[in-house]
Design a protein around this ligand. Sequence first.
Ligand code: SAM
Length: 261
Amino acid sequence: MDRARRRKFGQNFLDVETATAIAGDLPAEAGEFVLEIGPGHGALTEHLLNRGLELTAVEIDEQCVEVLNEKFKDYKNFNIVNIDFLKFDLQAFLDAHAKPWVTGNLPYNVSTAIIAGLMPRLHLTKGFMGMVQLEVAERICAEPCSSNYGSLSVLVSAFANTQILRKIGPEHFTPKPNVDSATMLLTPREDAIQAPDGFFDFVRTAFTQKRKTLANSFGRNYDKKKIQATIELLDWPTTIRAEELSPEQFLNFYKAFKGEN
Ligand code: SAM
């Protein structure tokens, strides 16, 4: 397989031992549905199929699809769709497969887009267990007031309980990536936030100048006087910063800003 293809599709394949350990972390029972994103040559897939899971894999690279179709031709519990996951009809899949687990060693160039797209539908799944770049996992799983906390943390923790499971160094892949990786478990929150339209744009904007106080961090995108008035209305200190707010506090702030409280 050529290098350009590997780079284009973010292809770094796991060694057998690490794949075995990661696949073992998926808390799924035989017979349950699993959606695997980016199966590559099937390092995780093989373990999941051998556990009797009903697996659908979504893989963009037709060469990988050929390899997988040959490798798993005798498995009745294996299905594959050759498509870019960002174009895959996730809702149709979720309508047809009750509460699947979602998993995968995600291609790093699209991992945040995949996770962000999954979050509003996470309640239709059992959860996500899979791998991203360590830095992304740390941002996703960060708590308020920590240095990694940002809009991605708010977006994901609005919908999910988050946990980093394993940190995995480059030596466990072929070819070796330039970054460290980590697996995470994201399970649906029973009290997930019902985000109104515009909420996540508001949160993203609040973090674009995260060193500034909340009153100054929205730039020209939102009416500054109204932002200041909302902070006063909520009786918050004028020094408060975006990184101090939990998803719930952000929601209260947004609703008060919109006059909905
Ligand atoms: N699961 C394998 C493993 O752990 O060895 C491969 C993981 S590799 C990091 C990412 C995989 O995702 C590759 O097989 C790549 O072809 C595939 N991929 C890249 N972009 C994709 C996309 N947009 N949709 C679906 N699959 C994609």
